[in-house]
Design a protein around this ligand. Sequence first.
Ligand code: TXA
Ligand code: MG
Length: 341
Amino acid sequence: METIRWNIKNDETDNNRAIDEAAELIKQGQAVAFPTETVYGLGADATNEAAVAKIFKAKGRPQDNPLIAHVATVDQLKRLVDNLPDYTEKLFKAFSPGPLTYVLPSNGMCAKNVTADLSTIGVRIPDHPVALALLQKADVPVAAPSANLSGKPSPTIADHVWDDLHGKISGLLDGGPTGVGLESTVIDCTQDIPIILRPGGITKEQLEEVVGPVMIDPGLANAKEKPKSPGMKYKHYSPEVPLWIVEGAPATIQKVVDRERKKGNRVGVLANNYTAKHIKAEEKIVLGENIHEIATHLYDALRKFKQGDVDLIICEVFPEVGIGQAVMNRLRKAATEYIDE
Ligand code: TXA
Ligand code: MG
């Protein structure tokens, strides 16, 4: 299959030929990748089972992992779900469009492979001009997981999507780098108190400011409990070479790096500006100064370390405040070891 690639500027989405063509392909039941404010998504008409099946096939995604339905407005969102608890109105006002996915009882409007036969559906309104223009033009709910091969880091630039999926999908709208860099927060809104199923772009602190106490799925922190969100049980975001998380000051990290180098291992280091300055290694990728920059650059960095260049990646620990929770959640899922000596 030939993959059409369109370049599009975020401020030129009105009457745009690329948007028209991409929307037309979606209406015809094809799969098309597009930028959102979090990561690139691979979209297909959520009401068309055969179209949705193309997403699973292109990504090699397990059938039991449900997809998020993307819509342009709160009214469209309400057409896919039943039984909205009162607090959802507050959440819509505060965070939609934005990186928050609501899990709500499905009313059966979407194809059953979108929800992987669950009674609930994840829905969100992305905050990105290209995504919103595409959704408006396609005029159907668009099922879209992250546009990476299953198990790889999510794509934050169009080249990541191209590397993973060209030849397997009908189109790719290249709108430049995404902003947040990590996926949306997934929140279960079927209970009296909302439950975070996947930490992401909207933090627990932000949610609590709007709706009061919010719970975190115990399955996220405790290996013995099964996560409520099917996707969270899979190993994810894997770089080509093993990733170790090392807790401690730069001197502690350097000790582990040196020990591995003595064994003949070439070591790549992932760190913030400060730590990177204080460490010697074969390769270093500086993620940035603050936790937002770190989130934005994390997936690109994980893809940059290649087999043959390094044998091992060592990453420092970041404070789990704000979006730091999502950063550490993704790092733990990508890592093969957690070292705290
Ligand atoms: O930021 C994002 O959310 C990106 C962009 C493209 O919108 N999408 C994304 O989709 O990350 P995906 O498929 O990679 O992750 C969706 C997560 C999975 O962990 C899935 O299990 C969970 O949401 N999910 C979807 N529907 C669910 C449901 N009904 N109940 C519980 N978890 C659900
Ligand atoms: Mg994903």
